[in-house]
Design a protein around this ligand. Structure first.
Ligand code: DC
Length: 253
């Protein structure tokens, strides 16, 4: 793991001719990708890392949840790829707030931040995410988040498909049992129902579907750093990622 870390840092700091690679006008904004299965802590970690670095945040899972919700609201069949792709082109999505402030996720002008976090929307998201036409229609929307001073991109295929040139790629994991425990606690805090057993089953089923789908299956990029968070605190994970991102120019205080 250490060797991979040094390789990542060296690639960022030193050009092949030994010259420093300090950013030029033509360089795209730096990206840290944070991929992994549901409940590994990506959402919280990504939000906190983005806040610490002073960078933008892309919650790509929220995009799939929004598409699932929009399809359900408008009665678009989940087995109709072209209608779903047209839907993606038609909906208006806006993100605002986050870390500290109230999170707003707007679908056609309506704040659905809480609504998209329900298990129902998670299920719909997992289904639409398995459709290649939906994934293709969302690529440009995701690239648009890459703006100076930098981006923290949270998802399943951020390091493999959407930002394969990202200088720092993290793959967060945790045991399925621990992830179900975290999700259960999170839902309880929000006053949303759900038994541990049902959540555990749900997570296992969704993992299976995300790993086995033909398009952009859930897997770490070959150059990603694996971070098993089963027995790490959120603060420890955030600190680790922030320190790794430090050479990329983000604010670290
Ligand atoms: O991270 P999440 O639980 O909000 O994601 C919801 C669903 O969307 C989940 O089934 C995985 C899928 N997803 C995906 O396929 N690709 C992404 N980049 C992000 C999420």
């Amino acid at each position: 793991m250490l060797r991979r870390l040094f390789r990542t840092l060296r690639r960022w700091l030193v050009a092949p001719d030994g010259m420093s690679t300090s950013a030029t006008m033509a360089d795209p904004a730096p990206v840290v990708t944070i991929d992994g299965p549901s409940g590994a802590g990506k959402g919280t970690v990504s939000q906190l890392v983005a806040a610490r670095l002073g960078w933008h945040l892309l919650d790509s899972g929220a995009l799939y949840r929004l598409v699932g919700l929009a399809a359900w609201q408008r009665g678009v069949a989940l087995d109709s790829p072209q209608d779903l792709a047209d839907l993606v082109a038609d909906i208006d999505i806006r993100f605002a707030g986050g870390a500290g402030g109230e999170e707003r996720v707007e679908l056609d002008g309506v704040n659905v931040a809480d609504r998209i976090r329900t298990e129902h929307c998670g299920e719909l998201a997992s289904k639409v995410a398995a459709i290649p036409e939906v994934r293709a229609a969302l690529v440009a929307k995701q690239h648009a988040f890459r703006e100076p001073p930098g981006l923290v991109a949270d998802g399943r295929d951020m390091g493999t498909v959407i930002f394969p040139d990202a200088p720092l790629k993290i793959f967060l994991t945790a045991s399925a049992r621990e992830r179900a425990r975290r999700r259960h606690k999170q839902l309880k805090q929000k006053g949303i129902d759900g038994t541990f057993a049902a959540l555990y089953e749900d997570i296992r089923r969704r993992d299976e579907r995300d790993r086995q789908r033909g398009v952009a299956p859930l897997a770490p990029a070959p150059d990603a750093m694996l971070l098993d968070t089963t027995s790490m605190s959120i603060d420890e994970v955030v600190e680790t990622v922030v320190q790794l991102a430090r050479p990329m120019g983000g604010r670290t205080e």
